[in-house]
Design a binder for this molecule. Structure first.
Ligand code: ADP
Ligand code: MG
Ligand code: ZN
Length: 626
């Protein structure tokens, strides 16, 4: 029932019956919500069945139920009229009152016929009402099962009637319906730029094919919730003016066994017919969680669906002009098979917007809002670090609502102030907004990391420094770009890495003469490196070439099994001392580096507080100028 490649899909028997009964047939290409069945065979069947059931169990008042013993008495008293003997019952009338009918349950009585003969009773046999017993033993149970099945199907996949079993729910948006373009997206310029190429391909595929280039099959948008991933995918379809099939990963998962895989197949075959087009699978993580992660037997249905998706992606020829886009905010739990070349081989980071981005997003969303003259979007953007596009859209809406409630002509700065307080209040609970002092600390912290990374010999160059909060763990980040793949690391490289990790903490020490908890993760990682150098790599002079740690055993081995300590208490103290020494030496070294470059540190932190993100190039220029 899922194959619909032919022009005229073969009709199933059920569909034919539906047609006969006057159902509106779901055409396979239209997959909107099915028409609510206005007419249903059960509306007729059910009353009939209830009627017969009532007849059966509550025989009309004129029929008297009598015990068998009384029946036998009637025989011996010669009171009986003609009888009808069935398998289970005996129906009869009394000779004196022919209208008075009775019924009795037939018991196993070999004497019955002899008795009847003796008293000259007319009798005949009957099989009973075959139709009724047939209805009771077959039609009703089957009917009940059918109803249950149908009910579950409806529950499992709302909008999918029995007849569209396996049909994809993917909604087909024509370009005129998405109506989203890149002009509606702001603040995530890097992602937008990367997707321009996809648009280009969809618009003029021959340009690429002529050169023999391979178009990416799948593009995975990765980023925090509300940054505009879904919006961006729609914008790509809108810009390229191609159909946009969108479906959410969680929709696949809630399905009945076997339906998810069928839907995937159907989705792809529909898309192939409408190429060039975009298939967009939102919330891929719901579907694409790594297989075999669930120890308790797993979600077989999800795995099947995922497998089907992988198969379809492999069997797809990008030259047909179908591009698969997907979005997730949890890339780390995706099945590695999804990220292999030939599948979602291109990943686009959709990050939180910086202050310029936020201003641009505010501009878009306040386009249709009457703003007061004194409203400064730049200032609002400055007050909302950590906000994503969805938060900002919400903010503008809140401000407009507040203004309307106060019967104002335009939305004023005061409304925005109040709206910010509200939205921030909501977000603060989620630990996403910093106050000014925190912002300053984070700016120095990240500057410290970055300057040390640029100052030591073996660290990767800094790509970008940012103090846009990203979740609870990291308040800011310094992004370094590896220049080459590394398989081995030398002692000096590890020491440099250690120094970079300590850079944040030391900068705080130098500037504030006080330290915050923000460096906790850094210190943990620094300690790990130092420990590995001492216990695994034999890089400590005083302890020598002995390793004190065994590689971890299988994850199924009991806790502590095979990775136990292989050294004495005395050695343990010595190891701890060595680790401290490594960290302490690195600490001193970083202090020197940062003290020397204190002016750059101050300048960079200042710049960061203003702009929230600084490119590595700018830092290198500052360092060169100092
Ligand atoms: P995601 O899919 O990343 O969770 P959405 O694309 O669903 O986020 O964004 C929700 C809404 O927030 C969008 O419909 C849009 O109104 C607004 N929005 C989010 N990001 C942006 C952006 N970069 N530019 C403009 N509006 C945005
Ligand atoms: Mg989304
Ligand atoms: Zn840090």
């Amino acid at each position: 029932m899922t194959e619909n490649d032919n022009k005229e899909p073969p009709k199933s028997i059920l569909e034919v019956i539906r047609a006969r009964l006057g159902f509106k047939s779901d055409s396979p290409s239209k997959t909107g919500p099915p028409t609510k069945a206005g007419f249903n065979i059960w509306y007729i069947l059910l009353p009939f069945l209830i009627f017969t059931m009532v007849q059966q169990f509550f025989p009309s008042a004129t029929v008297e139920k009598i015990p068998y013993s009384q029946f036998k008495q009637y025989i011996s008293q010669g009171k009986l009229g003609p009888l009808v003997i069935e398998q289970e019952n005996i129906h009869g009338t009394l000779a004196e009152k022919p209208g008075q009918r009775f019924i009795t349950v037939r018991v196993n009585d070999p004497e019955l016929v002899k008795d009847l003969k003796e008293h000259n009773v007319t009798y005949s046999g009957s099989y009973g009402n075959k139709l009724i017993s047939f209805i009771f033993s077959w039609i009703i149970p089957i009917g009940i099962f059918f109803l249950i099945w149908r009910f579950t199907m409806k529950k499992m996949s709302p909008g999918a009637g029995v007849m569209s079993f396996g049909k994809s729910k993917a909604k087909v948006f024509a370009e005129s319906e998405t109506k989203v373009s890149f002009a509606d997206v702001a603040g995530i310029d890097e992602a937008t730029e990367e997707l321009l190429e996809v648009v280009d391909f969809l618009v003029s595929p021959d340009k690429f094919q002529k050169l023999g280039g391979r178009i990416p099959k799948g593009v995975l948008l990765v980023g925090p919730p509300g940054t505009g991933k879904t919006l961006l995918a729609k914008a790509v379809a809108g810009e390229a003016k191609v159909p946009f099939f969108s479906i959410s990963g969680s929709e696949f998962v809630e399905m009945f066994v076997g339906v998810g895989a069928a839907r995937v197949r159907d989705l792809f075959s529909q898309a192939a017919k409408q190429a060039p087009c975009i298939i967009f699978i939102d919330e891929l993580d719901a579907l694409g969680k790594a297989r075999g992660m669930n120890v308790m037997g797993g979600h077989d249905e999800r795995e099947q669906t995922l497998n089907q998706l992988l198969v379809e992606m492999d069997g797809f020829d990008t030259n047909k002009g179908v591009i698969i886009m997907s979005a997730t905010n949890r890339p780390e739990i995706l099945d590695p098979a999804l990220l292999r070349p030939g599948r979602f081989d291109r990943q686009v980071l959709v990050d939180r917007p910086d202050i310029n981005g936020r201003e641009a997003i505010l501009k878009i969303h306040s386009k249709n809002v009457l703003l007061g003259d004194e409203v400064d979007l730049r200032k609002i953007a400055g007050r909302t670090p950590g906000f994503v596009g969805a938060d900002l859209a919400n903010l503008v809406n809140e401000a407009a609502l507040l203004a309307a409630r106060n019967n104002k002509e335009t939305v004023e700065a005061a409304d925005f102030d109040e709206a910010i307080d509200r939205v921030v209040g909501g977000l603060e609970k989620k630990n996403r907004v910093m106050n000014d002092q925190e912002k300053k600390i984070v700016a120095f912290h990240e500057s410290g990391h970055a300057i040390v990374a640029e100052s030591v010999e073996h660290a990767d160059p800094v790509h970008k420094i940012s103090i846009i909060p990203r979740g609870i763990a990291a308040l800011g980040y310094t992004q370094q770009q590896p220049t080459e793949d590394r398989y081995l690391m030398t002692r000096q490289e590890l020491l440099d890495r250690l120094a970079v990790l300590l850079g944040g903490r030391v900068a705080e020490e130098l500037v504030f003469e006080e330290i915050s908890t923000g460096a906790q993760n850094d210190l943990q990682r620094a300690t790990d490196i130092a420990r590995s150098m001492v216990t695994e790599y034999g890089m400590s002079e005083s302890l020598g070439l002995v390793t004190y740690e065994r590689p971890r055993q299988s994850m199924f081995a009991p806790e502590g099994f095979g990775s136990g300590k292989t050294y004495s208490e005395g050695k343990a103290a010595e190891i701890d001392e060595e680790i401290s020494r490594f960290v302490e030496e690195a600490h001193q070294r970083v202090r020197n580096i940062l003290s020397e470059r204190r002016t750059v540190l101050d300048k960079l932190a200042q710049l960061l507080s203003e702009k929230e993100s600084v490119q590595g190039e700018e830092l290198r220029e500052m360092l060169a100028a100092s």
